[in-house]
Design a protein around this ligand. Structure first.
Ligand SMILES: *Cc1c(COP(=O)(O)O)cnc(C)c1O
Length: 392
């Protein structure tokens, strides 16, 4: 098929729910992507945060190949080895708890919401935050504090209250005798790379303990090494009651995970929640390979060092160009807030074969593979700098 034919088939046969970039990719390796015409691109936003190890990590490919040749699927009423190993590994690297497996971030958050309602035993409200993003299923959407995603889909499921981020008084004012949980991202990815303040998070933890509320941390985007620790909550010195994960965990394959703290883990019993595909053998082998690669290849150290380097370079740009209002993030999750819309800059970078993203209209988002080289960071920064020069 030629490029134009692919576009035509999509147009005729696929619901137009995505605004699309006119590129057809056929191959990926590390931070590089190749299109139908064999042109090479530097991917600084691999898969919306899915590609933490870059494209087609050899260890992930090997694990998937091996598992596919043995057993592709077994339902959750039986046992299999890979799920046992992955669950134990997830608990080892997070906190003492128990795992529920599903297939996406939204599903992991749905599980967390259902869990809180069961736990609440009559208390059902979940407090969430402005500019948050928790997924597109109805409850996850109701939890999402951005009206633009909800428009046209009313009525939303009940039981969600959205308050200002980093505002403890607003949270306290929203708590009632119906509140069951507080749910947040520690860095709001789709909301513009907004970082939760340490005091705020510590106070939320304290408030949840005092009022017997569950603290749900959505690390669908920040988890699996993105910030230089396996999980972003580890920067804050707190433990969530419920942690949700997805994007990067499967090394490119779909997975969602909810981990609940051991003390509350008998809240859900047999038959109360389920997912047919959740935690299948192939995806569990892929996720195990991801976690092992992060450890073996000392990825977290690399993220801390390369993140410091990237932020240093971005801060230089901020000093030079007035179009840059702010630089935010942790590790290799970086947002560059501009005074102008970022769409054109993303398109110009694409022309120079650098793939980046713009979130919340004005925030350029860089989330390169965690094993990105210094040379590639320099290359990306050089291209962005050329664009900033143009804007003044
Ligand atoms: C992407 C994302 C989700 C939704 O994940 P899906 O796999 O697309 O359902 C939820 N929360 C956060 C923080 C995300 O970034």
């Amino acid at each position: 098929m030629k490029k134009e034919e692919v576009f035509a088939v999509y147009k005729e046969n696929i619901l137009p729910t995505y605004s699309k970039v006119p590129l057809v990719f056929v191959k990926g390796k590390g931070s590089r992507l190749f299109d139908l015409d064999s042109r090479e691109y530097l991917d600084f936003f691999p898969g919306w945060g899915v590609g933490n190890l870059g494209h087609c990590h050899p260890k992930v490919m090997q694990a998937v190949r091996d598992q596919v040749s043995k057993l592709i699927f077994i339902p959750n009423n039986y046992y299999h080895l890979a799920q046992a190993k992955l669950a134990a590994e997830l608990v080892r690297v997070s906190f003492p708890g128990k795992v529920f497996f599903c297939n996406s971030g939204a599903e992991a958050n749905e599980a967390a919401i259902k869990f809180s309602r069961k736990f609440g035993n009559g208390r059902y409200e979940v407090i969430t935050f402005e500019n948050s993003f928790h997924g597109r299923t109805l409850a996850a959407l109701a939890a999402t504090g951005q009206k633009k995603y909800q428009d046209g889909f009313a009525p939303m499921p009940e039981g969600f209250k959205t308050v200002k981020y980093n505002d403890l008084e607003a949270v306290k004012a929203a708590i009632t005798d119906k509140t069951a949980a507080i749910m947040l991202e520690l860095i709001q990815g789709e909301g513009g790379i907004n970082v939760a303040e340490k005091d705020f998070v510590l106070a939320l933890r304290k408030t949840c303990d005092e009022k017997k509320l569950l603290l749900i941390i959505d690390e669908v985007q920040t988890g699996i090494g993105r910030t230089g620790k396996m999980f972003c909550f580890q920067h804050y010195g707190i433990t969530p009651d419920i942690l949700t994960l997805a994007k990067a965990l499967g090394g490119g394959l779909p997975i969602g995970v909810m981990i609940a703290r051991k003390e509350i883990s008998d809240t859900l019993g047999p038959g109360m929640h389920a997912s047919t595909f959740g935690g299948g053998p192939v995806i569990c082998r892929a996720a195990l390979a991801v976690l092992q690669a992060i450890e073996k290849e000392k990825i977290l150290n690399h993220v801390t060092q390369m993140g410091a380097y990237l932020f240093g370079r971005l801060e230089e740009l901020k000093k030079t160009f007035t179009v840059i209002k702010d630089v935010r993030g942790i590790g290799l999750m970086a947002g560059v807030e501009l005074n102008i819309p970022g769409k054109q800059i993303v398109e110009n970078c694409l022309q120079k074969r650098l793939l980046i993203n713009c979130t919340h209209e004005r925030v350029l988002r860089l989330m390169p593979a965690l094993n990105v080289s210094k040379g590639n960071v320099d290359k990306a920064v050089r291209i962005i700098k050329e664009e900033m020069k143009r804007c003044g």
